[in-house]
Design a protein around this ligand. Structure first.
Ligand code: KIV
Length: 272
């Protein structure tokens, strides 16, 4: 049965599993809108995360907590319309899955049905296993997220590196195993020591995608606006900037303002 001309190229959860087995690193970035998702997809990214970091970079909130399920679905739908190849994973926002597995299932079903995305991601270990298992009963792939989990920022009190102490590291190792056994297809590990992340990547069969977790994992993820250099203020050690869009956009806008003021734009060639 043919399911469409683009399907053969589509990255799936199985592709990621095969990439881990073959030792091919997985490249993942966030995106939140149609135009940038289209660019990111056509440039060859494997996974696009419609992250709840949209709360920060798109809406200007200080934390990821305020973004709603409706807003995540809005961003995810736009991203889906822009992509042909990447696997699209959508964050379940704060308050839509914790402590309530039925609510978690309903939230995940809404994301899948209303946006057309391929998988959901949620933060936490043993405390969300019930939600992970219930979402999986509907055939919805789940990505886990351990280490620095920004939805718990008020519990942590700070964005410093997690799991440096053995007790927290041991808990993280156990949680990674639990999430794997529950059926997660991949895990994000955020801002933990590189040696711990590499150890977890070796100890589980599912792909481990790191952010601030070193090079010994199965793939990397960055927030698109950070790696494009749109945002100058955020400078963690793990961030590599691949462009300076802050300067490019500022210079372009300043040039436009200058030309409009000088009546240099539009020129005779730029009018009807
Ligand atoms: O929301 C997000 O952008 C994320 C990444 C940092 C992994 O969860």
């Amino acid at each position: 049965m043919s399911t469409g001309s683009t399907d053969a190229r589509r990255v799936t959860t199985h592709t990621l599993q095969e990439m881990k087995a073959a030792g091919v690193p997985i490249a993942m970035l966030t995106a939140y809108d149609y135009s940038l998702a289209r660019l990111v997809d056509s440039a060859g990214i494997d996974v696009i995360l419609v992250g709840d970091s949209a709360s920060n970079v798109m809406a200007g909130h200080e934390t990821t907590l305020p973004i709603t399920l409706d807003q995540m679905i809005y961003h995810a739908s736009a991203v889906v319309r822009g992509c042909q190849r990447a696997l699209i994973v959508v964050d379940l926002p704060f308050g839509t899955y914790q402590g309530n597995s039925k609510g978690a299932l309903n939230s995940a079903i809404r994301i899948m049905k209303e946006s057309g995305a391929h998988a959901v991601k949620l933060e936490g270990g043993r405390e969300v296993i019930g939600s992970v298992e219930r979402i999986l009963t509907a055939g919805i792939p789940v990505m886990g997220h351990l280490g620095l989990t920004p939805q718990s920022i008020y519990k942590f009190g700070t964005y410093v590196v997690r799991a440096k102490e053995e007790a927290e590291a041991a808990r993280l190792r156990e949680d990674a195993k639990l999430l794997e056994e529950a059926g997660c297809f991949a895990l994000v590990l955020e801002k933990i020591p590189a040696t711990l992340a590499a150890e977890v990547a070796r100890s589980v069969s599912i792909p481990i995608i790191g952010i601030g977790a070193g090079g010994g994992v199965d793939g990397q993820v960055l927030v698109l606006h950070d790696m494009l250099g749109i945002n100058k203020e955020f400078n963690p050690r793990f961030l590599r900037r691949y462009a300076d869009l802050h300067t490019v956009v500022s210079d372009a806008v300043a040039g436009y303002v200058r030309d409009v003021r000088a009546k240099d734009f539009p020129s005779p060639k730029e009018q009807y």
